[in-house]
Design a protein around this ligand. Structure first.
Ligand SMILES: Nc1ncnc2c1ncn2[C@@H]1O[C@H](COP(=O)(O)OP(=O)(O)OP(=O)(O)O)[C@@H](O)[C@H]1O
Ligand SMILES: [Mg+2]
Length: 257
């Protein structure tokens, strides 16, 4: 028997209150354990899709079905901006999601320490966000998303503002975390290279109502390391994703909403 998808978007459409129709009839099944990347031109509806999955906004029509609805209550969410509380220490920023569930600081401490260790911030627990580099702030945001041990992690261009070396490092860290946590990750990026490196599946969305114009499946068993970036296979994935992205962008020309 084939397992039901973890999350199914069924004929999902979203029109914002101002009349902007972003997604139309989006069908997308997210399978447990995959790293699914949404790639597409600016404004095609990637963040909208993520917000819908997170339940932060409701679809105008269509359904979002979770095979196990309890997983929906414990999502890890990471946005492009780390959005840390500036007055709170790294420790307390990571404590926040547990504090919101009423968990006492002392009881939460081992989990917070574990989350900080996972992202390499153990020595910075007492630091304030302003004392951290951009990459460290993002690590802190990731620790905060992981501290509740979510089975599903949503990431919206989390590394876009970082320099390439830091970004590559965090890509590798995310892959290691993924192996450890066995979480399902839905990732949004503008970077073809990042999508090819991290994903087990890439969905390329068109600017026209967020239609899916290509789907690239990548073998989850591939070893993703510096050498992988130099393989013909990696180049081929990037070529195909770039082509689809160009197509997705061109499709918009001359199209009325
Ligand atoms: N709250 C909102 N109210 C009205 N329109 C919105 C709202 N949020 C997004 N939009 C519009 O919906 C469209 C899709 O936005 P969305 O943020 O999902 O795109 P995106 O693919 O994430 O783009 P980017 O790559 O630039 O982040 C855009 O035209 C945007 O202006
Ligand atoms: Mg976006």
């Amino acid at each position: 028997m084939i397992d039901a998808p973890l999350i199914s978007l069924q004929e999902v459409s979203k029109t914002y209150a101002n009349g902007v129709a972003v997604l139309k009839g989006l069908d997308l099944a997210v399978n447990a354990g995959e790293t699914l990347t949404l790639l597409g031109p600016s404004g095609c509806g990637k963040s909208t899709a993520l917000r819908l999955i997170a339940g932060l906004i409701a679809p105008t029509s269509g359904d979002i079905v979770w095979s196990n609805p309890t997983l929906r209550k414990n999502l890890g969410v990471v946005f492009q901006e780390p959005t840390l509380l500036p007055w709170a220490s790294v420790f307390d920023n990571v404590y926040l999601p547990l504090r919101l569930t009423g968990e006492k600081r002392e009881k939460a401490e081992p989990r917070i320490r574990h989350a900080l260790a996972r992202v390499g911030l153990s020595d910075f627990a007492a630091a304030l966000p302003r004392e951290l580099s951009g990459g460290m702030k993002m690590r802190c945001a990731i620790a905060r998303a992981l501290v509740t041990e979510p089975a599903v992690i949503l990431m919206d261009e989390p590394f876009a503002a970082l320099d390439e070396v830091t970004r590559f490092q965090l890509n590798d860290d995310l892959l290691a975390l993924k192996l450890e946590l066995r979480a399902t990750i839905i990732f949004v990026t503008h970077s073809v290279y990042e999508s090819a490196y991290l994903s087990t599946r890439i969905i390329v969305m068109s600017k026209v109502r967020g239609a899916i114009i290509d789907e690239i499946i990548i073998d989850p068993a591939l070893t993703r390391n510096a050498e992988f970036r130099h393989t013909d296979h990696f180049a081929e994935i990037c070529r195909r994703a770039s082509l689809a992205l160009r197509h997705a962008t061109d499709e918009n020309i001359g199209t009325t909403p």
